[in-house]
Design a protein around this ligand. Structure first.
Ligand SMILES: [Cu+2]
Length: 144
C-alpha cells in the first residue's frame, strides 16, 4: 500500500514547501540550458545526417585529380561536401556557382555546406598550383 502525502507528513512531521520563485527559476534554468543543447545537437548531428553528402578525395592530376570529378546536386537542396587531399594542398572553385573551398589540406578534412541556386552544368577546378599538370584539375557540377 502506498503512503499518501498526508500520511507521510503525519508520520514524520516534516513540512516541505518550495517557494514558487525557486520552481520558476529551475524551469527557466532548464529551458536556458535545454534549448541551446538541443539546437547544437540538431545542428551537429541530426541535420548533417539528413543532408546529401559528397565525399571527395583529391589528388594531383597525375594521380587521379578530383574523385568524383562529377558532382550532381539539386537546385535549392543543401549538400555537404567533405573534401580531403591525399597529397598536397588543393582548392575547389566553381565560379559560376559561387562555390569556393579555399584550402583542402593533406591529412585534414574540409567540410562545406553548399546550396546551388541555379540549374545547369558548371565547371569546377583547382585554384592552387598543385603540380605541373595543375591546369587539368577540373570537374563538373550538374545541378538539376
Ligand atoms: Cu591545383
Amino acid at each position: 500500500m502506498m503512503a499518501t502525502a498526508k500520511a507521510v507528513k503525519a508520520k514524520t512531521g516534516l513540512k516541505v514547501s518550495v517557494p514558487v520563485e525557486i520552481i520558476v527559476l529551475l524551469v527557466l534554468l532548464a529551458i536556458s540550458i535545454g534549448v541551446p543543447v538541443g539546437a547544437f545537437y540538431y545542428e551537429d548531428t541530426v541535420r548533417p545526417a539528413q543532408m546529401p553528402t559528397v565525399d571527395m578525395v583529391v589528388h594531383r592530376v597525375e594521380d587521379g585529380g578530383f574523385k568524383p570529378n562529377e558532382i550532381r546536386m539539386k537546385k535549392g537542396e543543401t549538400v555537404r561536401i567533405i573534401a580531403r587531399s591525399e597529397d598536397v594542398v588543393h582548392t575547389l572553385v566553381a565560379p559560376d556557382l559561387g562555390l569556393f573551398i579555399p584550402e583542402i589540406y593533406p591529412g585534414k578534412t574540409t567540410i562545406l555546406e553548399f546550396t546551388p541556386e541555379q540549374t545547369g552544368t558548371f565547371p569546377f577546378m583547382c585554384a592552387t598550383w598543385c603540380s605541373p599538370m595543375h591546369p587539368g584539375m577540373t570537374g563538373t557540377i550538374v545541378v538539376e
